[in-house]
Write a new protein. Structure first.
Length: 357
């Protein structure tokens, strides 16, 4: 076993107990991978351990690891996730910060989520991430254990440390699913990754292990164009798909659920196909509950991946229907599941797979 000091990075420290847990869960991941029926199913940790913004009835904010923090990503890695999903915005001075919302009050515990109780001297406009410098952002305490908002480079350093252990155990590098929340950050992302690869050639962090996604499709097209001009032809991109695109906005309720009996909007589906195939994107990225056979068929015929997210769903031991849906999808196309609790999700999927085999 490696020593504790071998796993100290700029944003990561794995102690001996955590290393032991990680090794045990890597073994479980390998068992999962050995089954012929699960080879197309990859588990991506959604914001780390899952959204801490909309917790289910089993969870309390005081007990949660805040989303998009190094603590949440590290715990997901320890649980054996194949990768982590994260969101980025640019700070006022151009640093790429990992956070789900530009509105800081939505990510700092102790503040009302509607923004009605901001720090003294702040307004909703001034308290946006894009109006703060890196130094100012690092002063903020996120969650009950006072985590900090990480930079994208700090997450790369965490992945680098995790990849040492993964390589040792014969497991591929950690997948990084980067969601561009800031449409202006694509060029800086490419710059940072390129520089990081040059300075850390053995880190496992490179364009083969990174997939970009965003609901801003124009941003993704620009990213693809810029990458191609730089000679990065095989960049992985998965455009996010809104429920209204698949079903039509008139069939979507205010809470984003689909009206009973609604079917896919064929015009929206055709535009989606043109977007993915016309730009040689990698995958279709949709909320799990919105995925129906027509979308699976699009991915299958086009030789694309299917990325499915839980959208704040955490009650794995209450309703396991999602696991059956995912398992069945993965028998037709490669599926990347953005899950809230990677270890628990793997356990449920493994039980189903063992019954099927």
């Amino acid at each position: 076993m490696r020593r504790r000091e071998d796993f100290v990075g700029l944003g990561a420290t794995f102690n001996n107990q955590e290393l032991q847990q990680a090794q045990e869960n890597i073994e479980k991941t390998q068992q999962f991978r050995r089954l012929p029926t699960t080879k197309n199913l990859t588990l991506i940790a959604h914001r780390g351990m899952g959204p801490s913004s909309l917790l289910g009835p089993k969870f309390k904010a005081s007990e949660a690891i805040p989303e998009n923090t190094l603590a949440a990503f590290k715990q997901a890695i320890i649980l054996g996730a194949d990768g982590i999903e994260l969101d980025i915005f640019k700070s006022q001075d151009g640093h790429l910060m990992v956070i789900h919302d530009d509105e800081l009050w939505r990510n700092v515990y102790g503040l009302n989520r509607d923004g009605s109780s901001l720090p003294k001297g702040e307004t909703k406009e001034s308290y946006k991430l894009g109006n703060k410098t890196l130094a100012e952002l690092k002063q903020l305490a996120v969650g009950p254990s006072s985590e900090k908002i990480p930079t994208l480079e700090e997450v790369f350093n965490l992945a680098k440390e995790a990849n040492k252990l993964r390589k040792e155990r014969g497991v591929p590098p950690l997948i990084l699913n980067v969601e561009l929340k800031d449409a202006t950050a694509s060029r800086e992302c490419l710059d940072l990754i390129t520089k990081y690869m040059e300075n850390n050639p053995d880190s496992g962090v490179d364009f083969n292990s990174i997939c970009f996604c965003s609901f801003n499709h124009a941003c993704l097209k620009e990213l693809k164009k810029e990458a191609t001009e730089r000679g990065i032809a095989d960049i992985q991109i998965a455009p996010g798909i809104k429920t209204a695109t698949l079903f039509g906005k008139d069939n979507v309720n205010p809470d984003f659920t689909v009206k009973k009996g609604a079917s896919y909007d064929q015009k929206g589906l055709a535009e989606l196909k043109a977007l993915v195939e016309g730009n040689n994107f990698t995958a279709y990225d949709a909320v799990l509950w919105d995925i129906e056979q027509e979308l699976i068929d699009l991915a299958k015929v086009g030789n694309k991946q299917l990325h499915a997210s839980t959208s704040d769903f955490r009650q794995y031991d209450v309703d396991t229907a999602f696991a059956h849906d995912l398992y069945n999808m993965s028998q037709e196309v490669p599926v990347y599941f953005k899950c809230d609790e990677a270890g628990r999700a793997r356990e449920l999927l493994l039980k189903i797979a063992l019954k099927k085999d």
